[in-house]
Design a protein around this ligand. Structure first.
Ligand SMILES: [Fe+2]
Length: 181
């Protein structure tokens, strides 16, 4: 079994205008549980993984306007395409979500959207391949394809790119660079 990485990204935190609304959104759409909250209501901890007490912390007190350029996005890995399709269906029911779009980064199949306070978020499934980043190709009909069709389409499309390789190979090289062999 691979050893624990020397450093791993565990959680992100951001300030929000409406903590109850944002907590409702992230628990509803992503299935996160509230793992704790401050007694005075200034912050909430959310997790979807028992190995992390919190993956997302939201604090009251946001002052940055929605059109300020500051926060790029937060991305959540989803187990498989069925789970991503189910998540996209829940997202479609959220009236305050905007700018949803589907794409591949070659190494991921992703849906991007803006959450109810305009923060860009991404939910994605790993593909079996690595390709040099940044890589972006829209797939408007991503959720109309079966897993097999999506995999075949992506495999063929990536053949044009010489940096394409199995993701596991890339991971092995990265583990080496990190001294994890
Ligand atoms: Fe991303």
């Amino acid at each position: 079994m691979q050893q624990q990485p020397p450093v791993s990204l565990s959680h992100t935190g951001f300030h929000v205008f409406d903590l109850d609304k944002m907590t409702g959104f992230y628990t509803r759409v992503f299935g996160f549980q509230v793992s704790d909250k401050a007694e005075d209501g200034r912050m909430v901890f959310l997790s979807g993984d028992p190995s992390d007490h919190h993956q997302l912390i939201m604090f009251r007190g946001r002052t940055a306007k929605t059109d300020d350029t500051h926060f790029a996005h937060v991305a959540f890995r989803v187990r498989d395409m069925d789970a991503l399709r189910a998540l996209a269906k829940r997202l479609a029911k959220e009236t305050e979500v905007t700018d949803a779009r589907t794409c591949t980064h070659g190494n991921a199949w992703s849906i991007y959207f803006k959450d109810p306070e305009g923060n860009q978020a991404e939910a994605f499934v790993d593909t079996p391949w690595h390709v040099a980043q940044p890589f972006y190709k829209p797939i408007d009909d991503m959720f109309d394809k079966t897993d097999k069709e999506l995999e075949q389409w992506t495999d063929t499309m990536l053949n044009e790119f010489p940096t394409k390789r199995p993701f596991d190979d890339w991971r092995k090289d990265m583990a080496k660079k990190l001294g994890m062999e």
